[in-house]
Structure formats: structure tokens, C-alpha cells
Design a protein around this ligand. Structure first.
Ligand SMILES: [Zn+2]
Ligand SMILES: [Zn+2]
Length: 177
């Protein structure tokens, strides 16, 4: 990943949220725990059932933005997502590097999550184009990704899917020869 050309890594949080398995009711808590570095210290990760439902809706919206096939569709869905955000940006160097946080530090976890995800995703779309978002080309995988490669050549969600597909294509070629 080359983050140097991007103002923010928050888009990665959006992608990971969209790709998170949500069948287990504990998914939201697990997601917040594993991504705790995105939240203000002391933020409670105990979401109400209603908040978990809204977090899932946010995840679904990120996915629809990534799957949209026209700029008009992207704008509609992105603006739906942005309408859920309550940005109040501030600058910080808590990890040693000067950067922006998008959400009020004392806001609830859901508000921090939705705001960070919406702002991170929309920054990439407006600065680098909606074509930077896509869905994995590997068989049996429909995870979404953001393409941060210099020449916009990404097709897979992960190196695992990329190498799995390379091996499958090689085997298929060998069979026909
Ligand atoms: Zn930070
Ligand atoms: Zn994949």
C-alpha cells in the first residue's frame, strides 16, 4: 500500500467495515475492539441493538458505494452515507504524525465510526475518482477494495486472493495445453 499519495488511511477502515462478516450479533463489538486505534481513548464499545443495526447500515452503504457503476450512483450513495456523518475535524499528533481526525473525540463509538468512514471514503472518491473502488475479481470472494496503486491496476481484495487466482489461472492453462 502506498499511502503517500493519500491524505488519509480512514478509507481502509471503511473497506474493512464493509468486508466484515456480520452474521454473529457480536460482530460490532469485535470490529470496534480490533480497530480501537481509530477511537478516542475511553470510548465505550458497548453498542445498543439499534446502534449495531445502524453500524451495519453504514457498512452496507460503503459496499454500495464500492459496487456502484456510474458517477451518479456513487454520488447518491456517498451522499446518503455522508448524511449520517457528524464531522467536527481536529488536528492531532497522538501517534507521532500530524493528521486529522474527523469526529468529535467525545462522541459515541457509532458516531466516530460513521463519521470517520464517511469522510475517509468520500475524500478518496472526490480526490482520486470513484473507479478506485471495486469488488474482488477472485472466484468465491466478493469483498470490496480501494485501489491505492499508482497505475490503478488493482483487481483483488488481498494478496491472498491475487495469488489464489494466479495459481488457478496457471492450472487452467496447464490443463488446456
Ligand atoms: Zn489518529
Ligand atoms: Zn478477494
Amino acid at each position: 500500500m502506498d499511502y503517500d499519495t493519500y491524505g488519509s488511511t480512514a478509507v481502509e477502515l471503511a473497506i474493512e467495515l464493509a468486508n466484515t462478516e456480520r452474521s454473529d450479533p457480536g460482530w460490532a463489538r469485535d470490529f470496534l475492539d480490533t480497530h480501537h486505534e481509530w477511537f478516542s481513548p475511553g470510548t465505550s464499545f458497548d453498542l445498543s441493538p439499534g446502534e449495531i443495526h445502524r453500524a451495519a447500515a453504514t457498512a452496507g452503504l460503503v459496499r454500495t458505494v464500492a459496487l456502484a457503476e456510474s458517477q451518479a450512483d456513487v454520488l447518491d450513495r456517498l451522499n446518503e452515507l455522508l448524511a449520517l456523518a457528524r464531522p467536527r475535524p481536529y488536528a492531532t499528533d497522538h501517534d507521532g504524525e500530524l493528521h486529522l481526525h474527523y469526529a468529535r473525540p467525545d462522541s459515541p463509538a457509532l458516531e466516530q465510526l460513521t463519521t470517520t468512514v464517511a469522510m475517509g471514503l468520500s475524500q478518496v472518491v472526490v480526490q482520486h475518482g470513484w473507479q478506485r473502488l471495486g469488488v474482488c475479481a477472485a472466484e468465491n470472494c466478493d469483498d470490496v477494495y480501494v485501489d491505492t496503486s499508482r497505475n490503478a491496476s488493482r483487481r483483488y481484495c488481498s494478496n491472498t486472493c491475487a495469488s489464489r487466482s494466479t495459481v488457478a489461472a496457471y492450472r487452467a492453462r496447464q490443463k488446456t495445453e
